[in-house]
Design a binder for this molecule. Structure first.
Ligand code: NAD
Length: 305
């Protein structure tokens, strides 16, 4: 008898792009050995398992592991042997292992290098990586040229300080930027992005978030604070991911993954949320414990007013 189909993560529309992203996205920074070494077999296995379970969105950057993440992701996607239209790839420009460079020349050169490393003809989304460190003057016209040339389908910006999104979106014509990626601001320990969601929706941009586990903080440091809950067998990573996934204005939550087990766990968390819902009681306990550190964030970038 044939085995029942695997439960898959839901797809959500991304702003006005027409793209439908898996609500759990595959953050490929760990494939650049950012959180520790990952073998090729583990990387390819993780990407394959993610795709099998409905994850169609993969995000990388030339900054992750000095281009290693891209190369490994490219190899892993090729190994899927499925049509290119079945998965969505986002990469970034402007931030590199040797520093920031948002100039038109570097951005234009960077996409060709990225496509070569990713073994692709185009990427779906090219994002200015941490735009708070850049300037729009040269970057946005260069990205528009790349869009016209068919090397990228949509333009995005990423950043840590939330003020950067209003700063940029208030200064460019509507429809120039299609997507924003905010990280560390929509999770169990910091949910400050919530206040900005109505504004972002009014601008028609698709909303992606990253780092639901606060770049590992929740799985390591904060886990000590939450020891009493962990000791009862509760899974903090699952609770944290479900918290981030529960707002459907956010199209996709990017989780950094480097093993088949993490893929299985994160997909299971999304499927459980969609079918059973959140563990509200434990979540309330966690939120009460984290209250003294709630909305404290990493310091990075230049805050725009
Ligand atoms: P994250 O919060 O997703 O944490 C990743 C860590 O959690 C890794 O150590 C991973 O091994 C671990 N993990 C994953 N699933 C787990 C599970 N089920 N149980 C226990 N541990 C688990 O942080 P991140 O990787 O920094 O962010 C995710 C993605 O978001 C990145 O890969 C990137 O694509 C994107 N991002 C973008 C920016 C930017 O554009 N500036 C910044 C941060 C993140």
């Amino acid at each position: 008898m044939a085995s029942p189909p695997l439960p898959k993560v839901e797809l959500r529309e991304l702003g006005n792009t027409g793209l439908k992203l898996s609500c759990v996205g595959f953050g490929a920074s760990p494939l650049g050995n950012v959180f520790g070494p990952v073998s090729d077999d583990e990387a390819i296995g993780s990407v394959r398992e993610a795709f099998r379970r409905g994850i169609n969105f993969f995000d990388t950057s030339p900054y992750y592991g000095g281009t290693l993440s891209k190369k490994v992701l490219g190899k892993s996607l090729k190994a899927l042997s499925v049509p290119r239209s079945e998965y969505i790839v986002a990469t970034k420009c402007g931030r590199y292992a040797d520093g920031f460079d948002f100039s038109a020349d570097r951005v234009t050169k960077s996409i060709d290098e990225s496509l070569e490393r990713l073994l692709l003809d185009y990427v779906d989304i090219l994002q200015c990586h941490d735009i708070e460190f850049g300037s729009l003057d040269q970057t946005i016209p260069a990205l528009k040229t790349l869009k016209e040339a068919g090397k990228i389908r949509f333009i995005g910006i990423t950043g840590l300080p939330l003020g950067i999104f209003t700063y940029v979106l208030d200064r460019i014509p509507a429809g120039t930027v299609d997507v924003i990626l905010s990280y560390c601001h929509f999770g169990i320990n910091d949910s400050t992005l919530e206040d900005l969601l109505p504004y972002l929706k009014s601008k028609g941009v698709g909303i992606i978030t990253g780092s639901p586990l606060a770049m590992g903080l929740l799985t390591e440091l904060l886990a000590e604070l939450l020891l009493s809950i962990v000791k009862r067998g509760k899974n903090i990573s699952k609770l944290a991911l479900q918290y981030s996934l529960s707002n459907k204005d956010i199209s996709s939550v990017l989780v950094g993954m480097n093993s088949v087990i993490q893929v299985e766990e994160n997909v299971a968390a999304a499927v459980e949320l969609a079918t059973i819902g959140k563990d509200e009681k434990t979540l309330a306990e966690v939120e009460a414990i984290l209250k003294p550190v709630k909305n404290q964030t990493w310091r990075s970038g230049i805050q725009q007013s």
